[in-house]
Ligand binder design. Structure first.
Ligand SMILES: NC(=O)c1ccc[n+]([C@@H]2O[C@H](COP(=O)([O-])OP(=O)(O)OC[C@H]3O[C@@H](n4cnc5c(N)ncnc54)[C@H](O)[C@@H]3O)[C@@H](O)[C@H]2O)c1
Ligand SMILES: [Fe+2]
Length: 382
């Protein structure tokens, strides 16, 4: 049996934020709206036309902009308290994966009398749910995580530890993709988050437990869009068409991996973020091609990579797919080695010990990994 779920209401409109009053229509349960974002996004002024549109339409708006990258537990809990006290009838998550993940959990916690640690894990939030979460609209300003269409939120729980809330109440009610918001995204963030999106699609297509025909179709469409646009989006930042394709591609990849979850690329990337605060997309870019080479030794992974290559019009082989990702990494100028992000050879044992525990994602990988395998992959990119 296959199952597939996603957000049912998705709108694609470059410039759509300036008509935010129209895009919230039918969602809020009262005239009070809470926007969850971060100070970086806010200082860019991206939200201003949206706030003006909401205020002109008679809404009271509260902005919670304390979210930081890889949102810590305490900030998300503080956001939930603030949103509950404000009495919001709608939560809007506005920003990259960090504000959107925070908004998903805030909308849940503000309506339910549980603490955040109580809902970590797969399907736990749905079991603890007493009341429906607050209505939720997500508007991405990066094109990478696909968080706008996933039922996942990643929360930082300690110095180097993260936990995930994975549960269907986290699917948003509506998504707005406004490519204009991503025009100012710096080249390095465009590249790393874009490669993260490509990894989502590749890992969804090769996910051994819940690979399914709908995720497969979405993953292939995502890769066509992302591969066609990523270098243009990096080189010519104001190319709205490329930006729109990146945003759509990242969203399609998010729909795919929310149902066919990611594998060892993410598993090996997590310790880079946890211990060294390497941004999520960049961590994935660093480990991607070595993990693919390792996986391609397994017959089914070799075949699946070849299918992706064929769909992209490359030579029908896993090698062609791996070479294409290497080409994209160079063309988008992402760092290539652990040393480029100040990770030393002597750090590898600690990272490998941590990565081998990422059972939640490693179990989806097409080839099982031992501690020795993981160590060798890190050594190959040292
Ligand atoms: N929920 C999911 O399914 C899922 C999937 C993958 C990753 N994640 C999580 O998402 C987070 C990473 O998200 P991200 O990569 O989108 O980055 P982010 O949200 O952490 O933002 C990174 C930086 O980019 C800035 N920024 C955002 N939009 C900008 C814009 N348009 N122009 C200029 N600067 C901008 C932000 O202010 C911030 O400083 C991590 O916490 C990761 O764990 C979640
Ligand atoms: Fe990711």
């Amino acid at each position: 049996m296959h199952t597939f779920r996603t957000v049912s209401d998705i709108r694609i409109e470059p410039g759509g934020t300036s008509r935010l009053d129209a895009h919230v229509s039918g969602l809020p349960s009262n005239k009070r709206i809470a926007v969850v974002t971060d100070k970086g996004v806010r200082s860019l002024g991206l939200l201003d036309p949206g706030l003006a549109a909401l205020q002109d339409a008679g809404y009271s708006v509260m902005v919670f902009d304390d979210v930081v990258a890889d949102p810590p537990e305490a900030i998300v809990e503080a956001g939930a308290r603030a949103v509950r006290e404000f009495g919001a009838g709608l939560v809007i998550g506005f920003g990259g994966g960090s504000p959107m993940d925070a908004a998903k959990v805030i909308a849940f916690l503000a309506a339910n009398n549980v603490s955040l640690p109580e809902i970590y894990g797969v399907d736990v939030a749905a079991q603890k749910q007493e009341r429906p979460r607050l209505p939720l609209l997500l508007i991405p300003t990066t094109s990478g995580t696909g968080s706008e269409v996933t039922n996942v939120a990643i929360i930082t729980t300690g110095e180097s530890s993260k936990a995930a809330v994975v549960s269907d109440p986290l699917y948003a009610d509506r998504v707005l993709l406004d490519a204009d918001l991503t025009l100012g995204l710096p080249a390095a963030i465009t590249a790393a988050t874009g490669i993260d999106a490509m990894v989502h699609a590749i890992e969804a297509y090769t996910s051994v437990h819940r690979k399914n025909p709908i995720s497969d179709a979405l993953a292939l469409s995502a890769l066509r869009k992302l591969r066609g646009a990523i270098v243009r989006a990096v080189d010519t930042p104001d190319d709205v068409e490329a930006r729109n394709d990146m945003l759509i591609g990242a969203m399609l990849a998010g729909q795919a991996f929310s149902n066919a979850p990611v594998g060892a690329v993410h598993g090996l990337a997590y310790p880079l973020g946890g211990f060294f605060h390497v941004p999520h997309g960049l961590s994935n870019a660093l480990v991607l091609t070595e993990v693919m080479k390792f996986n391609a030794e397994e017959e089914r992974a070799d075949r699946w990579y070849a299918e992706i290559a064929t769909d992209l019009g490359l030579k029908p082989s896993a090698t062609a797919m791996i070479d294409e990702m290497v080409r994209i990494k160079y063309a988008t100028k992402v760092p290539q080695r652990l040393a480029d992000v100040n990770i030393k050879d002597s750090d590898i044992p600690m990272m490998a010990d941590d990565a081998v525990l990422k059972e939640r994602v490693l179990r989806n990988n097409p080839r099982p990994l031992t501690l020795a395998n993981i160590t060798e992959i890190y050594e190959a990119i040292a």
